[in-house]
Design a protein. Structure first.
Length: 93
């Protein structure tokens, strides 16, 4: 009796799609930004409390920049995941 191998193009043996995961650049950019912000908060308190405009300090500006970067990279990741899913569904038909 010969051993049967599943042919990769046979629909019966199609693998489940893997969920899209963030790329290393997503984690690297946001991780480094967080570490820099944390180090500044611990080592350069005087710099972060510097007033920029009225009651707004440099720390607030840095936090808003970090949050904006996180939202922007998350949106890019989400868009890439949707494009990949659309490509895979179009490829499967």
């Amino acid at each position: 009796m010969a051993h049967q191998h599943a042919h990769p193009h046979n629909p019966r043996f199609r693998q489940r799609p893997r969920p899209h995961r963030p790329s290393r650049s997503f984690a690297l950019v946001n991780g480094l930004t967080f570490v820099v912000h944390l180090l500044l908060a611990c080592a350069a308190e005087d710099l972060l409390v510097t007033r920029v405009a009225g009651e707004i300090s440099l720390g607030v500006v840095a936090l808003l920049a970090q949050g904006s970067l996180l939202l922007w990279t998350a949106a890019r990741y989400d868009r890439a995941a949707h494009e990949e899913a659309a490509y895979e569904s179009a490829e499967g038909h």
